[in-house]
Design a protein around this ligand. Structure first.
Ligand code: FRU
Length: 321
């Protein structure tokens, strides 16, 4: 196992831990691997093609599950296209999808992804024609007592805020038996949000998270030129005791704890970078794994960088365990 040298991961899912719920997108990635990135208006052959389940929250689950966390994906799925590819793969990774919402007549979200073997870069062309987003009513059906952590992908902002209000209401009436050591005390259901897409409406999510994952694209959109600026800037709008985490690819990751302490991790670059598709999602999934298991913030971002480093050194996500 590639994880066997990393303490505390790769163990089988243990029932005393509630599930980590990841709310967001599942889509189909049509991945074309090329030697070098093509020049516009040329006709080139690819080295290989594969279909892969994608979407940030879906990828988070792929990582969490392989690290040994019971987890669930919640989102909408199309019955019209590619359903079995997506569903079978969730099952193969032991990811619960029991509460997903199915639409009969809508197209499946899909990405064409070009991966360059020379650089490991991934170029994504995403399409989402008419599959509705998850609604508050869909979310209301969940039995909150099954979970130990809820993670939201930053999208569908207004509706996600109302889902978080529901979780916060639940939290007011439920206290965890143990302080899991993640700096969030006895909060029954910590809420994390990943903000990646460079869009203004994403700012509205910042005040709602206990743990924020701020992607480089969004940070740059906010005018930040490095990780430490990002932490300071985002802290102005975040909850006073929020944990803020930002990972910038080969620059590694930096985080600001609930008490304002800043910690850092270098990137762990593999011998050869092969496939960076979902590297950020991998970091996020692994860091959530660490935090939800009571690892320190420092150790959790180191774990995130280590697992993301392993991921970019291989094709796809299979075999992280
Ligand atoms: C990677 C990813 C892909 C998907 C795209 C959607 O982070 O989730 O799997 O095609 O982003 O934006």
């Amino acid at each position: 196992s590639v994880l066997s040298h990393i303490p505390g991961v790769g163990s089988s899912a243990s029932p005393e831990h509630g599930k980590v719920l990841c709310v967001g997108l599942a889509c189909l990635d049509s991945i074309h691997v090329v030697k070098t990135f093509p020049v516009e208006d040329t006709d080139v052959r690819c080295v290989s093609v594969r279909l892969q389940r994608g979407g940030n929250a879906s990828n988070n689950c792929t990582v969490l599950s392989q690290l040994g966390a019971p987890c669930e994906f919640l989102g909408t799925l199309s019955k019209k296209q590619y359903l079995s590819v997506v569903v079978d793969d969730f099952k193969a990774y032991n990811i619960c999808i029991n509460n997903c919402i199915y639409y009969e007549a809508c197209d499946a979200p899909m990405s064409v992804v070009i991966i360059s073997q020379t650089t490991g870069s991934r170029t994504i062309i995403h399409s989402n024609k008419n599959l509705p987003e998850l609604t508050l009513d869909d979310f209301k059906k969940l039995d909150m007592s099954q979970y130990s952590w809820i993670h939201f992908e930053g999208r569908n902002v207004e509706e996600v805020v109302s889902m978080i209000e529901l979780v916060e209401f639940w939290n007011e009436n439920h206290i965890s038996e143990h302080d899991r050591g993640h700096g969030l005390g006895h909060k029954a259901l910590p809420i994390s949000i990943e903000i990646e897409k460079p869009r203004a409406e994403m700012q509205d999510l910042i005040p709602w998270a206990d743990v924020l994952f701020i992607g480089k694209d969004f940070a740059e959109f906010c005018g930040c030129t490095n990780m430490s600026e990002t932490l300071k800037k985002i802290a102005q709008d975040a909850k006073p005791n929020a944990t803020i985490i930002s990972a910038w690819g080969e620059q590694g990751a930096m985080a600001r704890g609930h008490d304002g302490t800043v910690v850092q991790s270098p990137a762990f670059c593999p011998h050869k970078v092969l496939d960076t598709l979902g590297a950020g999602d991998t970091f996020c999934g692994a860091a959530i794994f660490g935090l939800s298991r009571g690892k320190s913030l420092q150790d959790s971002i180191i774990l995130g960088c280590q697992i993301a480093g392993i991921k970019v050194g291989m094709d796809g996500f299979a075999g992280l365990d």
